[in-house]
Design a binder for this molecule. Structure first.
Ligand code: NZQ
Ligand code: ZN
Length: 388
């Protein structure tokens, strides 16, 4: 177990009746708010009206950045930073899924730079220590952005999608009302659920070197919750218990509790971000296609016991198999979850992706080195996994 510091300053209001606290939390930072949202889901489900009425009733001045894209663009974040600079915005209110929250983080960081351009921060991998405060209202259980220090920003001109990190990017306050995800379409529910699952799996002790049993059990509990509740939420979108389990799992998966004492891994994420950078696909779907192939690729004598344990603990497969056979059954269970239970299409070709850019994507995913994890992956390994 490695030494670690745990510090997550995000204050979470979880549940149905918490929105009344929004004005008091915003007013701690000031009266000028930049309201950031996506393509309009919050207008359709009434959340926009609820929030703006509440803010106006408390004399909070609202400025808006709308139209944040899934896979948010640096140009949109820059648009927001410009508004912040011009209007002296005090606090950013992100209302939406991971893309909206990530874009808000990009805005928050860029607004305090001289140029107001987020891309140099992203491309130079600057650790952001200074940003405007962010308050988030989460509508999609998926990325963990509501409680983590990361934003993922895309530059479609250069086909790059890169993480921007920093202590200053953790939202100061997050509102998590599972009811706000009732309107989420089935496909987004499935993709979000798999994103949560993979955030945990990417950090799971697949190399079999677990020395922190409590964390291992926590990780398995979160993956089990996703496996149990995602299909329920897909069938019954207004099932509060299902939405609540998924929403808190989303936050738990990346708020640093589950990787305390571990080496943070992100193999599938590094490979997936290239897919969405080139093809603008939905992040969780890309992960679902990559993950079972990655497990197959790294399966060997060393990883087999942990992969088998995953199958037993998370998918309830029998403990009676020989280790290698059990590990193969576990990988089948992951595939089955992705492509049958969640109903996601199983191949990159289903998403219109061919091998044209595999080499470049693989090299970029490795940043000129290797992707570290239970088995370090070179660019050649990554290319093989894309081909699978
Ligand atoms: O844009 P609107 O109209 O709001 O619609 C969105 C969007 O079309 C819709 N939606 C969200 N909540 C809804 C809803 N529709 C109806 N009812 C609701 N309650 O769903 C679509 C997808 O939204 P998006 O925010 O893009 O999804 P998600 O939360 O999965 O975020 C994905 C982005 O986050 C990044 C991904 O790479 C991707 O760019 N990630 C961020 C991470 C982080 N900050 O730590 C880590 C993740 O691994 C991930 O990479
Ligand atoms: Zn993710």
């Amino acid at each position: 177990m490695n030494d670690f510091i745990f510090h997550n300053p995000d204050k979470v209001y979880f549940g149905k009746n918490q929105m009344e606290h929004l004005p008091e939390e915003l007013l701690k930072f000031g009266k000028k708010v930049l309201l950031v949202y996506g393509g309009g889901s919050i207008k359709k489900n009434g959340l926009y009206d609820t929030v703006t009425k509440l803010l106006k009733a408390n004399d909070i001045e609202i400025f808006e950045l709308s139209g944040v894209e899934p896979n948010p663009r640096h140009t949109t974040a820059n648009r927001g930073a410009k508004i912040c600079k011009k209007e002296n915005i005090d606090v950013i209110l992100a209302v939406g899924g991971g893309s909206t929250i990530d874009c808000s983080k990009g805005v928050a960081a860029a607004a305090l730079t001289e140029t107001g351009d987020v891309w140099p921060l992203v491309s130079n991998r600057v650790w952001v220590e200074k940003a405007l405060p962010i308050v988030a209202i989460l509508t999609n259980a998926a990325t963990g952005s509501e409680m983590d220090s990361w934003a993922v920003i895309s530059n479609m001109d250069t086909n790059e999608k890169i993480g921007l990190g920093g202590g200053a990017l953790v939202p100061r306050v997050a509102f998590e009302n599972p009811e706000l995800s009732f309107s989420l379409p089935t496909y987004q529910t499935a993709c979000g659920a798999f994103d949560i699952f993979n955030h945990v799996l990417d950090n799971y002790y697949l190399a079999g070197d677990a020395t922190f049993d409590m964390i291992l059990e926590f990780q398995e509990a979160v993956m089990r919750a996703v496996v149990k509740w995602a299909p329920v939420a897909m069938k019954e979108p207004e099932n509060y218990e299902a939405r609540a389990n998924l929403m808190w799992a989303s936050s738990m998966a990346l708020n640093n509790i589950l990787d305390a004492g571990t080496v943070h891994g992100c193999a599938c994420h590094a490979m997936e971000h290239e897919l969405s950078a080139y093809y603008d696909i939905t992040h969780g779907h890309g992960l679902a296609i990559v993950t079972p192939r990655w497990l197959q690729y790294i399966l060997d004598e060393k990883t087999a016991p942990a992969i088998y344990r995953l199958g037993v603990k998370v998918f309830g497969i029998s403990e009676e198999f020989a280790v290698m056979e059990g590990a193969k059954k576990a990988i089948e269970a992951v595939s089955n979850f992705c492509f049958n239970t969640l109903g996601l299409k199983a191949n990159l070709s289903n998403l219109g992706i061919n091998d044209e850019h595999f080499k470049n994507m693989a090299e970029h995913a490795c940043f000129g080195g290797v992707i570290s994890g239970p088995k370090n992956l070179t660019a050649a390994d990554v290319e093989e996994i894309y081909k699978m």
